[in-house]
Design a protein around this ligand. Structure first.
Ligand SMILES: Nc1ncnc2c1ncn2[C@@H]1O[C@H](COP(=O)(O)OP(=O)(O)OP(=O)(O)O)[C@@H](O)[C@H]1O
Ligand SMILES: [Mg+2]
Length: 316
């Protein structure tokens, strides 16, 4: 069962000529990281907000774990779904710890559990709790505020997390750091993440699958690799820069294009590459070593295989 399923979902705002979200059908598998990508005004935020019912669809249905979201009380629903937005939405008059504790407080967890959870979440986003828990948001950098926003979204242990341009307001270097941190977190936590961005590079780096949108419609829904390889139309091709193959291969993680280990897999000295390395690094290794396949590792153990054939297919 998919964690989120959009079925014929549309949103028409009153007194607005065009349709903000136009008949979207899409399934988000449990534990997957799905990025909504598209130009400003294409309906990304509207689609996201329909998941936690900050906006109600005009027609169509959104299912969460197979259940029609309209049958779930909106407040209950929002406590079960983490939500991170660009300006973090941190409450300025509350400390970092109080901000992170909001959902566990609402869920009436015991106080000692909450304190432990706050510290655990801050550590998880690389903010040492003893140093940061009593600060106020204004005493943090933009990147640190975003980390607190992520910690807060995770605190109630939601299965689904919605992120709306969460790193939009930070500089490029901090942004890359936050992306890496999020990928590492996701590897441990396996949340279902819907992540909005209009930054193609961010989308290619983070996504297991990408939803490419324009004018409220989904133009393509596939892995970054398949979208670059086989863009559905000229709009998608230009948006993702599919013609600039080498550069884009440098953004896609090996993990996003590898095949699972075959059941009869044995290790016999093939060169290895880490799952976080890029396809461009994989390609140089393949060509440099004159081999046709690489073993992908999580740093130590094999987790998949990547063949030259898979990367070549991209160019056909
Ligand atoms: N509350 C609203 N009332 C009327 N129209 C709205 C409302 N919210 C969004 N819209 C319109 O719906 C369309 C989609 O908006 P949305 O905010 O979903 O776009 P977006 O893809 O998130 O854009 P951006 O990248 O700029 O954040 C736009 O045309 C917008 O003007
Ligand atoms: Mg938006």
């Amino acid at each position: 069962m998919s964690a989120i399923r959009f079925e014929n979902v549309s949103k028409q705002f009153a007194n607005v000529g065009h349709t903000a979200v136009d008949n979207v059908n899409c399934e988000v598998a449990e534990g997957s990281f799905v990025v909504l990508l598209g130009p400003s005004g294409c309906g990304k935020t509207t689609l996201l907000k329909m998941v936690n019912r900050l906006i109600e669809p005009t027609s169509g249905t959104i299912y969460l774990d197979g259940q029609d979201s309209r049958t779930i009380d909106a407040t209950t629903l929002r406590r079960q779904i983490g939500y991170v937005i660009q300006q973090t939405g941190l409450f300025p008059h509350m400390t970092v710890a109080e901000n992170v504790a909001i959902v566990p407080d609402l869920l009436k967890w015991p106080k000692t559990d909450i304190a432990a959870r706050v510290d655990e979440m801050l550590a998880l986003v690389d903010l040492p709790p003893e140093q940061y828990r009593d600060r106020y948001p204004a005493q943090l950098s933009g990147g640190q505020q975003q980390r607190v926003g992520v910690a807060r979204a995770l605190a109630g242990d939601p299965k689904v997390i919605l992120m709306d341009e969460p790193f939009g307001a930070v500089d490029a270097i901090t942004r890359t750091g936050l992306q890496d941190a999020l990928l590492h977190l996701q590897r441990r936590l396996h949340k279902t993440i819907l992540f909005v961005t209009h930054d193609v590079e961010e989308a290619l780096r983070l996504a297991d699958k990408m939803v490419v949108m324009k004018n409220g419609r989904v133009h393509q829904y596939d892995t970054p690799f398949n979208i670059l390889k086989n863009p559905a139309n000229d709009f998608v091709r230009e948006l993702v820069g599919a013609d600039d193959m080498v550069r884009q291969l440098g953004l896609i993680r090996v993990e996003a294009a590898m095949q699972p280990l075959p059941p009869d897999f044995t290790r016999n000295g093939q060169p290895t590459i880490a799952q976080d390395d890029s396809l461009r690094q994989a390609l140089s290794l393949l060509l440099g070593d004159g081999v046709t396949s690489l073993v992908v590792t999580d740093g130590a153990e094999p987790v998949g295989v990547l063949t030259l054939r898979q990367i070549q297919r991209y160019r056909e």
